[in-house]
Each structure stands twice: as C-alpha cells, then as structure tokens.
Design a protein around this ligand. Structure first.
Ligand SMILES: [Zn+2]
Length: 110
C-alpha cells in the first residue's frame, strides 16, 4: 500500500494563500537550499522556487567547524554581552567580599 507523502517543509501559496509543500530540496551551497514548492489546490497549480539561506547562528554545534563563518544573531550577541557584564559584576562583588578583612589585619603578601 502506498502511503501519502507528507511535506514537512511548507510555505504559503502566493496566489491562493493555502499551505503548500516543498516537492524537492536541493542544497546549492553550504548555507543555501533551493526548494521547489507546488500548490495542490485544484485550479491553482502554482509552482515556484524558494531559496532558503542560513544567515545567523543561535548557538554553535557541539563540535564547531572552524571554517564555518556564520555570524551570531544580534540578539544572541546582546544576550552574551549582558551575561558577561553580569558575570564581571558578580566577580568584582565577590572579590570585594573576600578581600575585605573585617578585623582590619593586613595579611602579608609574599
Ligand atoms: Zn495555490
């Protein structure tokens, strides 16, 4: 028995605004895929080519390829900068707490 093919990659038909599935996907470069979409609504028959491109990374893979030159998304950069500032502030607060000797004794430093 033949099973109906399900399309996991979908788009919206620009003519009848229904969900259309990718019929074929071709990897055209490391970051680019071309997809051929086909509308299955009787009477529409639209077919078109879409180009999907990786433009940002949200997180590196577990084994990052050093040849991959894909920038991080701006919101990820802002989040990393904010987290680094928070960590630096916590470190400075911790070192102040540990360096501040309440007895007033000054330890000899070699
Ligand atoms: Zn259509």
């Amino acid at each position: 028995m033949m099973r109906a093919r399900t399309c996991r990659t979908t788009a919206i038909c620009p003519h009848c605004n229904t969900l259309i599935g990718a019929r074929t996907s071709i990897r055209s470069s490391r970051f680019t895929t071309r997809r051929i979409y086909m509308c299955l609504i009787p009477g529409c028959g639209f077919q078109g080519v879409a180009i999907e491109e990786m433009v940002f990374q949200l997180s590196e893979g577990a084994s990052p390829d050093p040849t991959v030159d894909l920038p991080f998304a701006p919101h990820v950069i802002r989040m990393r900068e904010r987290n680094a500032a928070i960590a630096a502030r916590k470190r400075s607060q911790l070192s102040f707490t540990f360096d501040d000797d309440p007895s007033g004794d000054v330890a000899a430093v070699a």
